[in-house]
Write a protein that binds this ligand. Structure first.
Ligand code: AMP
Length: 281
């Protein structure tokens, strides 16, 4: 496995791999790997000749007062896990080279960046799309893999790729959960024991709502109230949003027809967690 830091070196390497007719699969990450990240790497390895991951805690997607400084980092552990899971190249850029003095450009996807997580994190997705646009130009992948855990992110990236004619495919991979159902997240490490227990109300409420839909419930108001009640009765939770939307447009639904995304963000203590379930009827 190779570790590459300078941007021109990564670009030259990508050109070399492409000249050999090989397929580059790419997984962008912020590190501190769990099984969710590793599942994306293994999926990429099944489809690509060369798997590149980026490991970069991107400052522009964190808002003021968010956890950029505290975000967990452990490069050596991540390096070993990546190698064990089929990664060929880790692109590990320097922040100053990614955002040099004088940097002025950003990429913004309108509308769908302003709903769900975009309401309480107004500049987050602009940071994500800008860094992904840069990474796609640096790594030059044939495809990139994103997790359904960040459902809105994957919808926004797909929109950017289509609108801006990026020449790559975006693949979305399923959410990997702990044995008790909690969606894996690097931020789960922030939770105390009592908070970890209350955090289970997120996935349990979503799973129960899914069951209600499967049994015929179609009223989004009833489903929303149910999820809200299940989560808000826990001591350490504070709901940011619960949204029942169409998975492509991310627009709210009054009545469920064919496809629906139940998505939520909840503060558990100081930690903001997200989760979702996608249901096709
Ligand atoms: P992050 O390092 O948090 O930016 O995540 C990197 C990639 O891993 C993103 O595409 C995430 O959606 C994905 N990811 C994070 N958690 C999970 C999970 N529990 N299951 C599947 N993919 C995940």
């Amino acid at each position: 496995m190779r570790i590459v830091q300078p941007i021109p070196e990564m670009q030259a390497l990508a050109d070399e791999i492409r000249a050999q007719g090989k397929v580059i699969g790419f997984v962008p990450t912020m590190g501190y790997f769990h099984q969710g990240h590793l599942s994306l790497m293994r999926l990429a390895a099944q489809k690509a000749d060369v798997v590149v991951i980026s490991l970069f805690v991107n400052p522009t997607q964190f808002g003021p007062g968010e956890d950029f400084e505290e975000y967990p980092r452990d490069f050596n552990r991540d390096k070993n896990l990546a190698e064990e899971n089929g990664v060929d190249i880790i692109f590990h850029p320097d922040q100053k080279e990614m955002y040099p003095e004088g940097f002025l450009t950003s990429v913004e996807v309108d509308k769908i960046s302003r709903v769900l997580c975009g309401i309480s994190r107004p500049h987050h997705f602009q940071g994500v799309t800008t860094v992904c646009a840069k990474l796609f130009h640096i790594v030059k992948p044939h495809f990139a893999v994103f997790g359904q855990k960040d459902f809105q992110q994957s919808v926004i990236i797909k929109r950017m790729v289509e609108d801006m004619n990026f020449d790559l495919d975006i693949i979305t991979a399923p959410i990997i959960r702990e044995a008790d159902g909690l969606a894996m997240s690097s931020r789960n490490t922030y939770l105390s024991k009592a908070e970890r227990e209350d955090a289970l109300s997120l996935n349990r409420a979503l799973f129960q709502a899914r069951e209600m839909i499967q049994k015929g419930e179609r009223s989004t108001e009833k489903l929303n109230n149910f999820i809200k009640k299940e989560i808000s009765e826990k001591k350490h939770t504070r709901i940011d949003y619960i949204s029942i939307v169409h998975p492509e447009t991310l627009q709210p639904l009054d009545v469920i027809k064919d496809k629906v995304l139940l998505a939520l963000a909840v503060f558990v203590g100081k930690t903001r967690l997200i989760d979702n379930v996608l249901i096709e009827i």
